[in-house]
Structures are given as structure tokens and as C-alpha cells.
Design a binder for this molecule. Structure first.
Ligand SMILES: NC(=O)C1=CN([C@@H]2O[C@H](COP(=O)(O)OP(=O)(O)OC[C@H]3O[C@@H](n4cnc5c(N)ncnc54)[C@H](O)[C@@H]3O)[C@@H](O)[C@H]2O)C=CC1
Ligand SMILES: O=C(O)[C@@H]1CCC=N1
Length: 260
């Protein structure tokens, strides 16, 4: 009997998707994870009772490919061999055409991010040549359980990777730096962490509620006040252009991963 959804690769992204879908209420029996690392299999088995954790792909209606980009073609072929009917790849860079060449199945490409683990991910999806509306709807149902899903053209996925796939790492770097700065200014680490992390959460919520970043920033910035003094230093440090360069570098790296 085939399982509804097999995840191949139970690493950071595979676990974020699995954990997110379980937290959203999908039953553990809906899932199997194929993972080559014995240590990872042991960890997943202990954390997610009821999920079938195996070494090699088992028969599944749909398969999420969540191994490193270099392994995706071989893993797609193995999943097809094991009876998969359609594939959802989360690998950075690897094109739908490359996956279709390894496995003659409908392929959806997706770029999720790790906040999927707490149901607050954002994923962009794009169809391969043989994927139809039902395949896109299938991918949306999987990824919609762990956050917002948007549809894009496949050519946009490299830029999506640069912004939101890699984006959580940029935000964690900001969190670290803001907390470190609090410590430098004399606050205990616990307090600095609470202040920095809750500031990120609250600011994100204001943005999600719909006002523009520029308006929200202006509302914090009193004439001649503390924020204007701080922002001046951030601009002097080139923060804005550092973000432009970071996203362009990540986008370019995603393109490189796809062209090897
Ligand atoms: N980590 C992230 O924030 C994001 C990662 N991705 C993509 O997700 C994919 C996985 O990335 P991570 O989870 O970060 O890597 P990872 O290294 O944490 O996980 C990959 C897992 O796949 C396993 N694996 C390797 N070959 C296998 C095989 N043949 N069969 C079964 N399991 C196998 C490894 O043992 C490992 O546990 C990559 O293609 C990456 O581009 C996409 C969006 C965000
Ligand atoms: O760093 C990477 O290559 C992966 C893809 C997006 C986030 N992590």
C-alpha cells in the first residue's frame, strides 16, 4: 500500500515541512520519510512517532524531494522507480526539466523557507512541463499547511531563493547583531534577546497588517531623535546596499546550482 506523501531527505528543510504539516493537524500516518543518514533516521523516529522513517524510497502517491541539489536527479529517478505519481522538489536551482529528464512525471518546483516549521513559511511554486492545475493544487495543499503559497514562473525561482529561501538567515543575522548591540550597550544577554526578538516579531506583524515599510519607519523616527541617529549609522554602514548585494549573490548562486 502506498503512503500519501513521501519526503526524501529528512534534513533541515524536510523536517521543517514534516513538522509544519504535522503541527497543522495532518495525521502522522500520511507521511513517510526516506533518509540515508542513520543518525537522522533515529532523530526523526524519536521526534515524530507514527511517521514511517525508512532508508530507501517506498511507494507513495506524491514525493517531496528535499535532498541537496546535487542529489535531486538520482533521488527523483529512485522515487519514480518506487512508484511515485508526482514530484515536488524544494531544491535550490535544479530545473524542472532536469528532474523530468530523470523521472518522467509531473514535477512542481517549490522554494519554501524554514519558518514552515512554525506554520509561518512562504513558498513560491512553479509547474514543470508535464504538471497541470491538479498538480499545482496538490503542491498548494501540502505547502499551504505550513504558510503562505504564491505561484510564480520558474524563471523567477532563483530570485525567490535569494529573497525568501535564504531570507531567514539574513533575519537571524540581524537578530544576533541587534542582541549583541544590546549587550554592548550594557544589557544582560537574556534581556537583549527578548528585546531584539520581540521587536522583529512585532515589526513583521505591522508589515503583514499592511502598512508600508517606509510609513512604519517614519512613525518610529522622531525629528532629531534617537532613531534618526541610529538610522544614519546604518546608512553609513551600507546596510541597504549590503542587502541588495546579498540577494543578488544568492540569486546568482541559485542560477549556478542549476547550470552545473
Ligand atoms: N535549509 C533551507 O532553509 C532550505 C533548503 N532548501 C532546499 O532543501 C534541500 C535540502 O536542504 P537542507 O534540508 O538544508 O539540507 P540538509 O543537508 O539538512 O538535508 C538533506 C538531507 O538529505 C539526506 N539525503 C541525502 N541523500 C539522500 C538520499 N539519496 N536519500 C534520502 N536522503 C538523502 C541527508 O542525509 C540529509 O539529512 C536543498 O536542495 C535546498 O536547496 C530550500 C529552501 C530552504
Ligand atoms: O542555502 C541554500 O542553498 C538553501 C536554499 C535556500 C535556503 N537554503
Amino acid at each position: 500500500m502506498s503512503v500519501p506523501l513521501l519526503l526524501v531527505g529528512g534534513g533541515r528543510m524536510g523536517e521543517a515541512l514534516l513538522g509544519g504539516m504535522l503541527a497543522a493537524g495532518r495525521p502522522a500516518q500520511d507521511f513517510a520519510v526516506a533518509e540515508v543518514s542513520a543518525a537522522r533516521r533515529a532523530a526523526l523516529t524519536a521526534t515524530y512517532p507514527g511517521v514511517q522513517v525508512v532508508e530507501q524510497p517506498v511507494a507513495a502517491e506524491g514525493v517531496v524531494l528535499a535532498t541537496k541539489p546535487n542529489d535531486i536527479a538520482a533521488v527523483a529517478a529512485a522515487a519514480a522507480q518506487a512508484g511515485a505519481q508526482r514530484l515536488l522538489s524544494v531544491a535550490a536551482g535544479i530545473t524542472a526539466a532536469a528532474i523530468e529528464a530523470a523521472a518522467p512525471l509531473p514535477v512542481i518546483r517549490a522554494m519554501p523557507n524554514t519558518p514552515a516549521l512554525v506554520g509561518a513559511g512562504v513558498t513560491a511554486i512553479a509547474p514543470g512541463a508535464h504538471a497541470g492545475e491538479d498538480d499545482l493544487a496538490w503542491a498548494e495543499a501540502i505547502l499551504g499547511a505550513v504558510g503562505v503559497v504564491v505561484r510564480v514562473k520558474e524563471a523567477q525561482l532563483d530570485a525567490v531563493t535569494g529573497v525568501s529561501g535564504s531570507g531567514p538567515a539574513y533575519v537571524f543575522l540581524i537578530a544576533e547583531a541587534l542582541s549583541d548591540a544590546g549587550v554592548l550597550a550594557g544589557l544582560p544577554r537574556d534581556l537583549a534577546n527578548t528585546l531584539a526578538f520581540q521587536t522583529l516579531l512585532g515589526s513583521a506583524q505591522l508589515l503583514i497588517d499592511g502598512d508600508s515599510p517606509a510609513n512604519l519607519r517614519a512613525a518610529v523616527t522622531s525629528p532629531g531623535g534617537t532613531t534618526a541617529a541610529g538610522l544614519r549609522e546604518l546608512e553609513r554602514g551600507g546596510v541597504r546596499s549590503a542587502f541588495l548585494e546579498a540577494v543578488m549573490a544568492a540569486t546568482e548562486r541559485s542560477r549556478e546550482l542549476g547550470s552545473r
